[in-house]
Ligand binder design. Structure first.
Ligand code: WTA
Length: 635
């Protein structure tokens, strides 16, 4: 499998060169030799970067679940596919074999069919991290339905906008979820949301917490009743290479969330190939990614990537600090985890605890550790390296996005020498370029610029559900002919990449992408608010936190400001989710604006950061005097 596994640094460079010189040949071989297909493709790739039209493996027929499940049964049917670790350490972990998972998926696919679901229908899934989440996603894929997982921490109105955008027919949820010492009532959030979701005909409810829930006659059905009765045989639906596999929403810098659409063949090839190489996956490994399956990291590297490689993947229901702040370390020891993939925000929060929590555990099973979701700072990198990897595990700092489907820039462990805070080198097939603001490519090393990608790769999202124009404008128009990532990056003297952060109005709080515009929209709905502007500022644990500048309609208002702060945060929490609450709110009499009426966010960002040294060119400001006022009253 020399075309699939990268063995050493010269081999990486050789593969990389080949993949750039002739991408078609490169991906043709990867796809041909490592997957089962009902029918081969007639063309590897066809693309038009100006129209944002991309197809991979045209005319191929497949089903991703054949590759995740069926083909493993004869060789590793009794092998554990999923280790499920419940929130409460007193509850026993489940080990689900490939045979068992296959049966569960078949039965669930029959339940979905009984609910009237057919190929192409959209199914929204709002579940905690329980096995049924993985099973229902696979059941959708087996049946040809398009799953759209909505992170089960989102509020009812965030559910409404996602469900309505994709026109889901069915919604799958549970009675509740356990998070540390809390029990969250998911069903009532869904009940509230469904008041405003006309396309949803039915809901399936999984039993988890057994708290009292309301079941609406004719609409709500208990999963377990139907599951018990369902047949264990299900004939896989044959999918075309470009048939939709799933939609996953991500925040944009403006307006409503973007439903990124991933399709069947390209996503399969890319998530499998990157999993194998970035995690140095070997047959008997126990792999654990701590993300929630509700994010792309969970889709590609808890579910699809690992199962496509026949791996054992850990799904953890709980939180890192329950019952004690050593739960992660305890689980690595308990399950003898070999690869551990987490986020900088988790690392930073656990690094605040006494090192005894981590040092007392035997973590010698670990071979590779990884980070994803936001830039990892130097301190967190070293803590992770010293205390978790114990200086013997390479850290894979993996850069990628919901839109890219899989990892794009990352060290390959035991191949690429790592460098703290650097995602290092592109994977084969990925051609990063740095562009200046005048749309010129920046060549050479020791340079910074806007990170773009020159050529399509199999995992790229094909469109924004229902809005191809927005897809084209967001990703393919800023730098014509190239995919624009929205990130800035630095290329060092040897060509290693370091991602410096977003260059648009998206702020990453604890690893979650938040567009500032939708938060401003919800604040502006408060009757006392005239206008608002939100920016990110550095935060020790969250990476970035949100700072809101708010103009009140009546500055002499007799409402107490502390009450307003509470009300504004409640509004955000209701409309978007608690994750989007503001850390700081400053009431101001105006916002710095250009003559064309645009808020100069660059200045607000500097004020929020407490950096008053250089505001840059302020000559185009309509109201330069406001800067001084805001600066003086900074919180
Ligand atoms: C950021 C998560 C620095 C980046 C897989 C990107 C990173 C956004 C890294 C996508 C990293 C992700 N270093 N920044 N290793 N990984 N990012 O869509 O700004 O939730 O554009 O996908 O996270 O976030 P998303």
């Amino acid at each position: 499998m020399r075309n699939y596994v990268i063995e050493d640094l010269p081999h990486y460079f050789e593969e990389y060169k080949k993949s750039i010189k002739n991408p078609k040949k490169f991906w043709d071989k990867v796809a041909d030799q490592n997957f089962v297909w009902y029918q081969r493709w007639s063309k590897v790739v066809k693309y038009d970067m100006n129209e944002a039209k991309i197809t991979w493996f045209k005319d191929a027929k497949l089903n991703i679940t054949k590759n995740c499940l069926d083909r493993h049964l004869s060789v590793r049917g009794e092998k554990t596919a999923i280790i499920w670790e419940p929130n409460d350490p007193k509850e026993e972990a489940q080990h689900i074999s490939y045979n068992d998972l296959y049966t569960r998926v078949n039965k669930t696919a029959n339940v979905l069919r009984e609910m009237g679901i057919e190929k192409g229908d959209r199914v929204c899934i709002y579940l905690p991290m329980i096995p049924e989440l993985a099973v229902t996603m696979l059941a959708c894929a087996k049946l040809g339905a398009v799953h759209s997982v909505i992170f089960a921490g989102f509020s009812a109105s965030a559910v409404v906008s996602r469900v309505n955008d994709c026109g889901a027919k069915l919604l799958i949820t549970s009675d509740g979820s356990y998070r540390g010492s809390k029990v969250l009532d998911l069903k009532s959030i869904i009940d509230e949301a469904l008041e405003k979701c006309p396309t949803v005909e039915k809901t399936l409810v999984v039993k988890r917490t057994r708290n009292e829930v309301k079941m609406k006659e004719g609409r709500d059905f208990w999963m377990d009743n139907l599951y018990e009765k369902a047949s264990a045989d299900f004939v896989t639906v044959i999918m075309d290479a470009e048939d939709p596999l799933f939609i996953l929403y991500t925040s944009g810098s403006t307006g409503k969330p973007k439903g990124m659409l991933h399709t069947s063949a390209g996503y399969m090839v890319y998530s499998a190939y990157t999993f194998k190489n970035v995690f140095n996956y070997q047959e008997n490994d126990i792999y654990w990614c701590t993300a929630d399956i509700g994010w792309i990291t969970g889709h590609s590297y808890i579910l699809y990537g690992p199962l496509l490689n026949g791996a054992t993947t850990v799904i953890f229901e709980g939180v890192p600090t329950y019952p004690e702040p050593d739960r992660f370390w305890e689980l690595i020891e308990k399950h003898k985890v070999t690869q551990f993939y987490t986020a900088p925000t988790a690392i930073r929060s656990l690094a605040k605890e006494s090192t005894e929590w981590v040092d007392k555990h035997d973590l010698s099973s670990l071979r590779v550790i990884g980070s994803v979701g936001e830039p990892i700072n130097e301190e967190a990198w070293h803590w992770f390296n010293d205390h978790v990897g114990r200086k013997k595990c390479p850290i894979v700092d993996t850069w990628w996005q919901t839109e890219t489907g899989g990892i794009m820039i990352s060290p390959i462990p035991f191949v690429t020498p790592t460098k703290p805070t650097y995602a290092t080198l592109p994977l084969p097939g990925i051609q990063p370029v740095l562009m200046d603001d005048k749309r010129n490519e920046i060549t050479g090393n020791q340079v910074t610029g806007n990170l773009c990608i020159r050529f399509p790769w199999p995992g790229i999202a094909r469109t924004i559900w229902g809005d191809h124009q927005r897809y084209k404008e967001t990703y393919f128009s800023a730098f014509p002919g190239k995919y624009f990532t929205g990130d800035g990056a630095l290329r060092d003297e040897v060509g290693y990449y370091r991602i410096t952060g977003r260059v648009d109005d998206v702020v990453i709080v604890s690893g979650h992408n938040l567009g500032t515009a939708p938060i401003e929209d919800s604040i502006n709905e408060h009757p006392a608010v005239a206008e608002s502007a939100i920016v990110g500022f550095p935060h020790d644990i969250k990476g970035s936190a949100l700072y809101g500048f708010v103009i009140l309609k009546d500055s002499g208002s007799d409402r107490k400001q502390e009450n307003l702060v509470k009300e504004i945060n409640q509004l955000i929490s209701d409309q978007i989710g608690p994750i989007a609450k503001l850390d700081k709110i400053q009431f101001v009499s105006g916002l710095p604006k250009t003559r064309s009426g645009k808020i100069m966010r660059r200045i607000l960002r500097k004020i929020a950061e407490g950096d008053f040294s250089n505001f840059g060119d302020t000559s185009t400001l309509l109201n330069p005097e406001i800067v001084e006022e805001i600066k003086n009253e900074r919180i």
